[in-house]
Design a protein around this ligand. Structure first.
Ligand code: PRP
Ligand code: URA
Length: 242
């Protein structure tokens, strides 16, 4: 079992002095420039605390997970290309702004990744969604591919790959291999994820050095069953069934 120490830091905006900030465990540092970890704000830490709590019942688990998913999607969209775009306002003045360029699609790794689809739809109206069904074997933690259904023109799109849990990285690596086999270049894939392990990030970022990852938190490590620790347990079970 590999574990790194969990850093506890003052959490809060610059305008508050450290003595007025709460302390909490923050994301483990990772040294890959393709990996973006969401800012460790009191809001994000409080949302994550809710979904990590074994006492949190399903309705709250869904509600608070959805709020984090929204933050991930909003940050993920910052990684897409934009072009300059000037508009005229109702008072007749120009405003030099931006607009997104390029077609996108979401691809969820079923089942847990499907929980992230609505957050993407809420930000990107009528976005195309593809699915890849990969299940991790409960004993060996090895991923198995069962099914995929992807937009025909996926090779021309930016792909937001969706899966909340990133443990060994095996499932995400398998999903990326499916996408690459359909002609999607690594640099046009963005993997959005709630909780990652340092091992999963290392395996993935070493294998795909041009693929960007946006995660809310990098945890301490994995337990003997390859569950993320401290983690939140089985995301799919908590969101869909228990
Ligand atoms: C979970 C999770 C990831 C995978 C992560 O799915 O949603 O897909 O495990 O583990 P890994 O990084 O070690 O591959 P699971 O296969 O348990 O299925 P589920 O989505 O039905 O819960
Ligand atoms: N899948 C989950 O849902 N949780 C983990 O900790 C690992 C894999």
């Amino acid at each position: 079992k590999q574990e790194t120490s969990a850093p506890t830091q003052c959490v809060g905006p610059d305008y508050k002095p450290d003595r007025h900030k709460p302390t909490a465990t923050v994301s483990t540092d990772v040294d890959f420039e393709t990996v973006t970890v969401l800012p460790q704000t009191p809001q994000l830490i409080a949302l994550l605390t809710k979904i990590r709590d074994v006492q949190t019942e399903r309705g709250d688990f869904i509600f608070y997970s959805n709020r984090i998913i929204r933050l991930l999607v909003e940050e993920g969209l910052n990684h897409l290309p934009t072009v300059e775009h000037t508009v005229t306002t109702p008072v007749g003045r120009p405003y030099a702004g931006l607009m997104f360029q390029g077609k996108i699609c979401g691809v969820s790794i079923m089942r847990a990744g499907e929980a992230m689809e609505q957050g993407l739809r809420d930000c990107c109206r009528s976005v195309r969604i593809g699915k890849i069904l990969i299940q991790r074997d409960e004993e060996s933690a090895q991923p198995k591919l069962f099914y995929d259904k992807l937009p025909e023109d996926i090779a021309e799109r930016w792909v937001l790959l969706l899966d909340p849990m990133f443990a060994t990285g095996g499932s995400a690596i398998m999903a990326v291999e499916v996408l690459k086999s359909r002609g999607v270049p690594e640099e046009r894939i963005l993997f959005l994820n709630l909780i990652a392990s340092p091992q999963g990030i290392k395996n993935f970022a070493t294998k795909f050095p041009r693929l960007r990852v946006v995660t809310a938190f990098v945890d301490q490590g994995l337990d003997e069953k390859n569950y993320i620790i401290p983690g939140l347990g089985d995301f799919g079970d908590r969101y869909y069934t228990i």
